[in-house]
Design a protein around this ligand. Sequence first.
Ligand code: NDP
Ligand code: 2IT
Length: 442
Amino acid sequence: MERLYAHLQARDPGEPEFHQAVGEVLETLGPVLAARPELIDAAMLERLTEPDRQLMFRVPWQDDSGRVRVNRGFRVEFNGALGPYKGGLRFHPSVSLSVVKFLGFEQVFKNALTGLNLGGGKGGSDFDPHGRSDAEVMRFAQSFMTELYRHLGEHTDVPAGDIGVGGRELGYLFGQYRRITGRWEAGVLTGKGLGWGGSPGRVEATGYGNVLFAREMLLRRGEDLEGLQVVVSGSGNVAIHSVEKAQAFGANVLTVSDSSGYVVDDKGIDLALLKQVKEVERGRVSDYAERRGSSARFVPGGSVWDVPADLALPSATQNELDAGAAHVLIRNGVRAVSEGANMPVTPDAVRLFQEAGVSFGPGKAANAGGVAVSGLEMRQNAGRELWTFERVEQELTRIMTELHANVAETADRYGAPGDYVTGANIAGFERVADAVLAQGLV
Ligand code: NDP
Ligand code: 2IT
C-alpha cells in the first residue's frame, strides 16, 4: 500500500486533496486485504484508485458587461460497477482536477454504503457564482451543459448539486440538457424542483441525514441530542438543514459560518431568519447577525470551533477543521463530530478525536443521506411517481440507521470497535470490490 501511495503521488503530483482522500482509505484497509488475498491478486487497489475516465473542458461564457470569460469544466466518472456514475457538481473557484478526483473517490464508497445501486463520480467548475446575476449563472450553466450533456444519461451519469450548485443552477442545467437532447429525461439529474421531477426531502436530505447519523453515534454512548450544545459550520444547503434537524431533536445550535467568519447566537440560531438571509436574499452570515439583535454577534475571520459544544457538525468544505481546532474542541468537552461536508476534518485532527474517545463520523458515512435521497429521486423518476415528504423521510431514517449499524458492525468485526472511519472504508470498499471482481477485468 505504501508503494501504491508513493506511485500515485509521483504519477499525479499537484493533487494533494486526492492523495489525502486515498491515503485515509488505504490506511484502514490492511485487515480486509490480509483476510482476502484474492483482492490483492486482482490489483483491486490499483483499479479503484484510477478513475474510469476523466473529462476536462473549456466553458466560455459572456458576463453582463459583454466581456468574454473562460472557465474550466470537469467530470470524473470514477467507478461504475454499482450503477450509473452519481455525484454532485461543485461551482467554486477552488475546484481543480485534484478536488474533483478526491470527491469522486469518496463518492464511490459513500454511494456503496447507501445500499443503493449507484456508481461514483463528481464534477464542477472553477466558476464562482458569488455576486453573479441570475442571467450570468444561466449563461454559464448553459455553456457548461453544452459540453457535459454528451456524457450524461439516466443510465450513464447522473449529476446533482454540491457547493455553489443548488436549485437555481440545476434548473438551468436541466433546461439546457432538455433543449439539446429533445428528451424530458427526468432521471438525468437529481435535486430537481418539486414540480418538475424532484423528490420531496432532497433539499433537506444531507443535513437531516448527518444529524440522524450523529444521533446514532450519541445513542451508542448512552446520550441523545435533547439539550446538547451544537456548533455547525457553513451556512449553505447542508448547514441549514443540519440546524433544522438538530433543533427538531431539541438541541441548541449556537453557530453558522461562511468564508468571511462565523456567527454565534446565544439564544440559538433563528432558522426562519437564517433561511430568509441565505436562501431568499443570498446574503452573508454577517447580515443574519445584524438583523438578529443582541443575542448574536459576527466574528470576522474567526474559527467557529472556538465555541464550546457537545457536538460539532462541520458542513462547509474540505480541511476546515485542523489539529489546532480539534485540541480546542476536545478541551471544551466535545463528545461527537460528524462530517456534513466532504473531508472537512484533517487526518491529524481525526486521529486526535479518536484518541480522545470522541465519536467521529466520516463524511462518506455521515453525509450519505443526500445521495441516498438522490437515489430515491431516481426511483421515483423511473416509476413516474411522486412520494410524500413523510415517505422519503422515513426511508432516509431507515437508510441512515442501517448505514450506521453496518459501519459500526464492520468496525467491530475487523477489530476496531467504535472506529467509524475503518468501518465505513472497509464496508464501502468490500461492496464495490465484490462488484468489480464479479464483473471481470473491465
Ligand atoms: P453550499 O454552496 O450550499 O454552501 C457552502 C457553504 O460552505 C457556504 O456557507 C460557504 O460559504 C461555505 N464554504 C464553501 N467553501 C468554503 C471555503 N473554502 N472556506 C470557507 N467556507 C466555505 O454547499 P453545500 O451545503 O451543498 O455543501 C457543503 C459541503 O457538504 C461540501 O463539502 C459538499 O461537498 C458537502 N455535501 C453536500 C451535499 C449536498 O447534497 N449538497 C451532499 C453531501 C456532502 P461562502 O458562501 O462564503 O463561500
Ligand atoms: O457529496 C455528495 O454526496 C453530494 N454532493 C450529493 C451527490 C448526489 O448525487 O446527490
